[in-house]
Design a binder for this molecule. Structure first.
Ligand code: 5RP
Length: 272
């Protein structure tokens, strides 16, 4: 693999353990002002120092992140449809490689929709982006988006991840599922997981723990961090599981105990 690609990847996936905590704040590209991401600047600022990388669009990057920040940027470059559109899978490449270089992106991110109406188009997008990225030493993260009609099971996710890797993605993001180790086994590049819809803090930490145990190389997590009432403690706890191999219980004790939480609130967090 090209030196530039390896160098950029090592900014996202820490070479000490090969793992990474990516903070995802790109949701507005099709969802608009999602709950607790209405003002991205306010959401992002306190979390930045706890993340290894930040995934977002160029619009939010330019307007909401300080250009002096040294956080590695995972630039979402696919889109072109919204939740009001005819079909979410009808995506195109929305940002040029020149723009990605201008904003000093460490990685490019694009969704593929395997099994959906626009599967072919999104897979072509991925192949084209890998070719472009490789010209300039910029790796590509393939996001395996799951259409409403698809089951989020190991068979489907393993297929999507493998297709992404075969087309040249350097990193793949998918969802945790039963038999997740099969998804990882079938994918020759590192796999990271999305958090998905907001769960309780304990459930989201369990998800993180199970994914790492079953072979994930990290997380690309959004809502379960910034929709929590305790986003800083939440990202710290996720980090401690990903990088320090803490258990869920240990991560809750380390971070939520420090918070000035009423003991009944803490008990609920630990037991539910
Ligand atoms: C949206 C995305 C998100 O970045 C990804 O799903 C991670 O966010 P969350 O943890 O909230 O699911 O790619 O298309």
């Amino acid at each position: 693999m090209d030196w530039g690609i390896r160098n950029r990847l090592s900014r996202i996936m820490k070479p000490q353990d090969g793992k990474g905590v990516m903070l995802a704040v790109d949701h507005g590209y099709f969802l608009g002002p999602t709950e607790r991401l209405e003002d991205p600047k306010k959401t992002i600022k306190p979390l930045l120092k706890h993340a290894d990388s930040l995934m977002l669009t160029r619009g939010v990057l330019r307007t909401c992140v300080d250009s002096e920040s040294d956080i590695p940027i995972v630039l979402r470059v696919s889109g072109g449809t919204s939740i009001l559109g005819e079909d979410l899978s009808n995506e195109t490449i929305t940002t040029s490689i020149e723009e990605a270089i201008r904003v000093n992106a460490s990685c490019l991110a694009l969704s593929i929709f395997v099994g959906s109406k626009y599967e072919h188009q999104t897979l072509k997008n991925l192949s084209k982006l890998v070719d472009e990225g490789e010209k300039y030493g910029i790796p590509v993260l393939a996001v395996t988006a799951v259409g409403k009609e698809m089951a989020r099971d190991a068979r489907y996710l393993a297929l999507s991840c493998r297709v992404a890797a075969e087309l040249g993605a350097h990193l793949v993001k998918t969802y945790y599922c039963e038999n997740f180790e099969k998804v990882v086994e079938g994918c020759p590049v590192p796999v990271i997981i999305a958090g998905g819809k907001k769960l309780t803090e304990k459930e989201a930490l369990n998800l993180t723990f199970n994914a790492i145990r079953d072979g994930a190389s990290g997380v690309d997590m959004g809502r379960n961090i910034w929709q929590s009432d305790h986003p800083i403690e939440m990202i710290q706890a996720v980090r401690s599981i990903v990088h320090d191999r803490q258990t869920v219980e240990e991560s809750i004790n380390s971070f939520f105990m420090n918070k000035n939480m009423r003991s009944n609130e803490l008990e609920t967090l630990k037991t539910r």
